[in-house]
Design a protein around this ligand. Structure first.
Ligand code: ATP
Length: 494
């Protein structure tokens, strides 16, 4: 605003000078000089701000540990480490060296960034964040310069905000901290990593701003050991996928501000979402709300959560509609999966659909068991049978298979290899990596063949059921597990 007024005033003065007969050339020269100076300063500012891009813009949104669900042990461990920072004076008196770095490891979306932000609130620190990729540049020395800059920004921001502590959070640290000498443009990476080591070594117990570096990665194995040695990132906090209780906590957190109908059973949703991260659960709650909104409802129903699970796992419904013949084949394929699923674990089919979603033309969803971390041989064999059943059903009805099963085969092959690794094959306890390729191939094939034969026998005895269910599925597009079981009972009784 001030700029516009001054420009207007200047122009008016010039016109006035010209009108009363002044020689305005010196003014014009002066203006040109001032203008270029202004441009130069601004351009420099632009360079500065793009240089500082992503590195060091303090985030103000405060978040507390109470807003992070399902990570009780990680939070406890982290708080213990942070108490070192909070009880700074005692630490200095006892001559304990300052805690410089905490590294959080775990799968994506489990709340590592949230934990770092909560750590900043807990210690009343300034929070400065960047991602490993912000430090990666083609030009030698730029990454290292950015490392120095983020440390400087953290110190300056803390002084400006009159805080004693600053937390620098570096997400995806593996990008800049891979073992030295491994990158193709290794000189640049090595310089960046060296700069980080130098800055961390420079942190002293009596600095007027205490710095703590928090980093997140899901590839701790790739990290340069120099970074993990005592005195640098010497605390590791594991941030794992949440278990059932954790998922329930996270769901509660993310539905706090959403109107839920009485039908919503979050315990059931938490059971159905084995393997979901916090980010998945947040997205699930959001998608359920969007589905309710599309139906112009004021409250979210349980079925919205049920459908949102499909969406989060498989992706958005697609308009792509296979031709009628393909659709029949998809229905047969999915019914095959469902048949074997019920045989292996009665009551396990949750829903069956021929709606295209994400990369799939249809899918069969299973009711989850309790969170399972150990699998028996029988369980794995049943898994393989369920995976193969789609293709076998196609073969029984059409006499041939289609490409629709390639994803199933991949999973079946993976499971067969897991069985060999776990000593469940005829080879006994062996190392999968040391097995000669053709022997591995033979044993994997044997495992698959055995299950394929079992599936074939079962599906052959349910041929009519396949066709009958296909008709129902094509008509309704989606049938629930209960409906499927009812159809199966009627067939078995006949
Ligand atoms: P990445 O490794 O991909 O960077 P991250 O582990 O840092 O992921 P966050 O960025 O912290 O994950 O989480 C992403 C979003 O997921 C959060 O903004 C939040 O909405 C939700 N979320 C993740 N974990 C949790 C959790 N434990 N409690 C509540 N919300 C969570």
């Amino acid at each position: 605003m001030l700029k516009e007024i001054s420009l207007g005033l200047g122009a008016a003065l010039l016109v006035f000078g010209l009108a009363v007969g002044y020689d305005i050339t010196p003014f014009i020269l002066l203006l040109a000089f001032g203008g270029s100076l202004y441009y130069l300063v601004n351009a420099k500012g632009m360079v500065k701000s793009s240089f500082g891009k992503g590195t060091g813009i303090p985030k103000r949104q405060e978040i507390s540990f109470e807003e992070i669900g399902g990570q009780d042990s990680a939070i406890k461990e982290l708080k213990e480490a942070l108490d070192f920072i909070k009880n700074h004076n005692e630490i200095r008196e006892l001559g304990i060296r300052p805690l410089k770095g905490i590294i959080m490891t775990g799968p994506p979306g489990t709340g590592k960034t949230l934990m770092a932000r909560a750590a900043a609130s807990y210690t009343d620190a300034v929070f400065v964040s960047a991602s490993g990729s912000d430090f990666v540049e083609m030009y030698a020395g730029v990454g290292a310069q950015r490392v120095r800059k983020i440390f400087q920004t953290a110190r300056e921001s803390a002084i400006k905000q009159k805080k004693k502590t600053a937390i620098i959070f570096i997400d995806e640290i593996e990008v800049l901290a891979t073992k030295r000498g491994q990158n193709s443009s290794h000189m640049e990476y090595d310089q960046t990593l060296n700069a980080l080591l130098v800055e961390m070594d420079g942190i002293k117990v009596d600095d007027n701003v205490r710095l703590l570096i928090m980093a997140a990665t899901n590839r701790v194995d790739m990290m340069d050991p120099a970074l993990l040695r005592p005195g640098r990132f010497d605390r590791q906090v594991k941030v794992d996928l949440p278990d059932k209780k954790g998922r329930l906590e996270i769901l509660k957190l993310h539905t706090r501000n959403k109107p839920l109908s009485k039908s919503v059973d979050l315990v059931q949703v938490s059971k159905e979402t084995f393997g979901f991260s916090g980010a998945h659960l947040e997205s699930l709650a959001n998608e359920a709300a969007i589905l309710a909104m599309r139906e112009e409802l004021k409250e979210i129903e349980h079925r919205h959560f049920h459908e949102a699970v499909d969406k989060v796992i498989m992706g958005e419904k697609l308009d792509r509609r296979p031709n009628p013949e393909e659709l029949k084949r998809v229905a047969i394929h999915e019914t095959g999966h469902a048949l074997l699923s019920e045989l292996a674990r009665p009551g396990s089919v949750s829903a069956l659909t021929v709606t295209s979603r994400g990369g799939a033309l249809g899918y069969m969803r299973q009711n989850p068991e309790d969170d399972t971390y150990l699998y028996t041989q029988e369980y794995l064999e049943n898994q393989i049978a369920v995976m193969l059943a789609g293709a076998v059903a196609e073969e029984v009805v059409y006499g041939n298979r289609s490409t629709g099963a390639s994803n199933d085969y991949e999973k079946a092959l993976h499971t067969a290899k897991t069985m060999i690794k776990a000593g469940m094959s005829r080879l006994g306890v062996v190392s999968l990596d040391d097995l000669p390729g053709d022997l591995k191939h033979t044993v994997v094939s044997e495992i698959l063949r055995e299950q394929e034969q079992r599936v074939l026998d079962y599906i052959m005895s349910h041929r009519e059921f396949l066709s009958a269910t296909m008709d129902v599925l094509l008509e309704k597009e989606k049938i629930s597990g209960e409906e499927f079981r009812r159809l199966l009972q009627t067939q078995n009784a006949a």
